[in-house]
Design a protein around this ligand. Sequence first.
Ligand code: SF4
Ligand code: SF4
Ligand code: SF4
Ligand code: FES
Length: 950
Amino acid sequence: MLEPNEKDFGTPKRSAQQQVTLVIDGRQVTVAAGTSVLRAATESGVNIPRLCATDSLEPFGSCRLCLVEIEGRKGYPASCTTPVEQGMQVRTQSPRLQELRRGVMELYLSDHPLDCLTCAANGDCELQEMAGVVGLREVRYGADGANHLHSGKDESNPYFTYDPSKCIVCNRCVRACEEIQGTFALTIAGRGFDARVAAGQEQPFMASECVSCGACVQACPTATLQEKTVIASGQPEHSVVTTCAYCGVGCAFKAEMKGNQVVRMVPYKNGQANEGHSCVKGRFAWGYATHPQRILKPMLRNRITDPWREVSWDEALDHAASEFKRIQQQYGRDSIGGIVSSRCTNEEDYLVQKMVRAAFGNNNVDNCARVCHSPTGYGLKQTLGESAGTQTFKSVEQADVILLVGANPTDAHPVFASRLKKRLRAGAKLIVIDPRQIELVSSPHIKAAFHLQLRPGTNVALLSALAHVIVTQGLLAHEFVAARCEDKSFRQWRDFVALPENSPEAMQDITGVPAAQLRGAARLYATGGNAAIYYGLGVTEHAQGSTAVMAIANLAMATGNIGREGVGVNPLRGQNNVQGACDMGAFPHELPGYRHVSDAATRRAFEQAWGVAIQAEPGLRIPNMFSAALDGSFRGLYCQGEDIAQSDPDLGHVTAALAAMECVVVQDLFLNETAKFAHVFLPGASFLEKDGTFTNAERRISRVRKVMPPLAGYADWEVTMLLSRRLGYAMDYAHPAEIMDEIARLTPAFHGVSYEKLEALGSIQWPCNAAAPDGTPIMHVDRFVRGKGKFILTQYVATDEKVTRKFPLILTTGRILAQYNVGAQTRRTENVQWHGEDVLEIHPHDAEERGIRDGARVSVHSRTGDTVLRAKISARLQPGVVYTTFHFPESRVNAVTTESSDWATNCPEYKVTAVEVCMACGSGFIPTGDGRVEAGPAGAGLSEGRSCPR
Ligand code: SF4
Ligand code: SF4
Ligand code: SF4
Ligand code: FES
């Protein structure tokens, strides 16, 4: 179901400067040099039949359906693989061409099941369509000869089927896997008549390297690769364009519907963040939205030990409002606060922070950026003047060198990873800074030029050493720095990083990275052409997270790699709308648009618009709320779409704080871990049930569109209005568009944003205002937002979280492709087939020392707590480092992580926790009670005499 603006032009667009004019069927056509005849014809409105060509893939020329006649050339060239030439005369229709095309179709259909009427692709099959286009009326060869009609199906993938009997061996799937996704999971096995598509080493899809991105399914012109939901439900009848609710890439999708039922999600070709690609989560893992465990009725209870009681919306909201009022009367205005959801829309986030400021009357509002990218906000604001990434994702196509720091895009930002891999395959160089050998270090057709496998917690030391090489080897971009940056801060920084103690040789004992490698990487970054930095939580979630962000910005400024395509400083934001939550003022110290609450003019603007007084002092951050709860001064919390009792560090502390509160209101799709401590549960609405916008990691504001009514009756923005009214502060909006209008009025970077403009442009990257009416794809082009770029000294300070005899290993955490964040959504989909539990990756050496076998249950102990995980022995880690994910509540990974946090923003140091790992008590070794252990009865092989961390 293609919309007019999704027309398939057959082969990709070419962007050469040189224009070529030719004549096709008597029409004069001018296109860029390098364009195929097929595309030139399609652009001019002449449709040539085709099967193996599609404009998302390079032409292949296998089906021979797109044959044309070209004056002066012998034979019938394939128009998809023939580039245009000046003066070329092309004929696309003639009796001979018709005959040839019918012959091709006859051969295809002689080996194709003629079950069109009962086929899942009926009405959406290019083979069927082409049979009609070429006027095929009979198949002379019958279907009695050798054929593939009874080839067995591969049903192993939970989301799509592979039915070889329908395959026309057009190779589109193979090319999609290579060119778009970059996984290289498919091949054409066999030759000639025996040729067929094979996954991996001729394995079932699930056993192969396939990551279930679905690009092959989308590319397949027949029902050979077909979504199981389409097989089950039939073809969709309408579609709505919306935005993925998983990660910060912000892919646009067409939700293809039958009434109010989603039949499939198809990545939107015109989506500016993803250009028609997706990952397994966005394309397939949407079933959670209608999962039977959704809570659709508000619930109440007096004590958290009581059972839940279903109540009306009125009763739940009345109770929540009266409890919040009672608590404030009893303990003061600052005794309650709110947590804004980075999964909700901008409009919803804006309303919750407005409710906290206007109805609660305080600034106790925060969001999950506190535990992920708050150092990005702080570090980039200090150095560049704006708390957000500088580029579009597409900009990576112009990068020559990519410095990837503490990020694992193939798992956490998969669609961006596919773009990145494409660029790397085209010749760009990659430097990976990561304690773990992530997939991009070495994967099909990709090999990082450098993998600086540093010790967790030493980013700042390593980044300073990179800067040392750049400064001392004369690799600075002097002209850029002189024109664009503060002279004084630059000189101070230059002298600081040039100090011998910042040299790679001096730092290698700290970072574990050989000096020669580091020097090579620094030279490559500074001299390899356009150099872009992409970084993730491996930078921010550290005691020096903000310092590392500033070190990254320093590097980009010092080498002049900022302010144009192909360069920049790009945080890979985690949740779908964490950028938006921050933009919308979901911070205790900032109003929308990153303006400090202490700024009187900003406060005055909001006070006038909202008709209330706003506190001039910052409110409580999330960890401060917990501490205040434990000291008795913070008693009530409104927590929307955030599972702090699973995601936040030092869970013992978090849960004790929640248990100490008198009224916890949780609004979510499911009864999550935080709801165990709640007194009021308000059902949330999924992204399919509401209108609004999300802002992705490129600052791109995209529409979220309602495709079904809210299952519990209200969208989240409506619930916030209902609660606020009961608290005595009425907010009346008829549609989220009105909320966006208010945001635009009050926020300079959003002045030009409106739903009308979003409709017209598709999406908008802020700032969008009079100076940039269509938005700002690249920031800091002529000047930095703060005027002159500011270099900041980045003195390395070792984290307090140190390995000891008792806790000799460093635990670091991350994400995995199939699961998402706390897993509330993905755990309720078939994605559990790829990742059904969190495992602890441990180096073979560390495992052997502890008698740990692959797959064994192991105890993980830290100074704050313990948990038990299954061990996975993996050489992707360096000895001394263990790794896990945190997608399952039962893993209780954050029972082990500590309260240690970034000095500037309190972002937790998830990436560094000193731990000991041993065979799980009871299954491997026996604590003797005096802090020692003995080998367990099963002969687990634990080194006898090791100290038990307990
Ligand atoms: S689903 Fe994606 S990874 Fe798997 S075979 Fe298809 S294109 Fe390749
Ligand atoms: S599976 Fe589909 S895309 Fe792949 S070769 Fe067969 S028909 Fe073409
Ligand atoms: S890359 Fe992110 S935004 Fe895109 S489909 Fe996957 S989860 Fe959704
Ligand atoms: S479309 Fe050109 S050969 Fe298949």
